[in-house]
Write a protein that binds this ligand. Structure first.
Ligand code: ZN
Ligand code: ZN
Length: 136
């Protein structure tokens, strides 16, 4: 399906063609650090389908838990993670979009969880924790 989204401040906008069935949660420690939270929700999209407005800042993580260098793109102004991709010139074959920036995020329910060994031990208990509508 067609998706579009933007970072917190709107400086980076993105459009792509994404398959909700490919949505996944990553529990690796790199995702925990890079997001400042417990896990990351992403969906891979073909590079040919992606359209970006604005110039994302790039950080190349060379010591990822996976051992593979990875381009991490984020907004240089507000810091929202936008996507990750492979290292190289020009359009890459695949980009892994951050689901939280997509307007259609409701359609992207994760189908699998990767790097489970690094998962925070409490993630399985989220459903049984008290649900509070808003913190005041
Ligand atoms: Zn921004
Ligand atoms: Zn990860």
């Amino acid at each position: 399906m067609k998706v579009d989204g933007a970072c917190s401040c709107g400086a980076i906008r993105i459009e792509a063609e994404a398959d909700p069935e490919k949505t996944q949660v990553c529990h690796c420690t790199d995702c925990q650090t890079a997001t400042g939270t417990a896990f990351r929700v992403s969906v891979p999209v073909p590079g040919a389908s992606i359209k970006t407005t604005g110039q994302p800042a790039i950080y190349i993580k060379t010591t990822a838990e996976s051992g593979k260098p990875r381009v991490q793109a984020f907004c240089g102004k507000c810091g929202s993670p936008v996507y990750s991709t492979t290292v190289g010139d020009g359009v890459q074959p695949s980009y892994t979009l951050r689901v939280g920036i997509l307007r259609q995020r409701d359609a992207f329910t994760p189908r699998r969880q990767i790097w489970w060994r690094s998962a925070r031990p409490w993630v399985t208990q989220l459903g049984s924790m008290p649900h509070v509508e808003m913190q005041t």
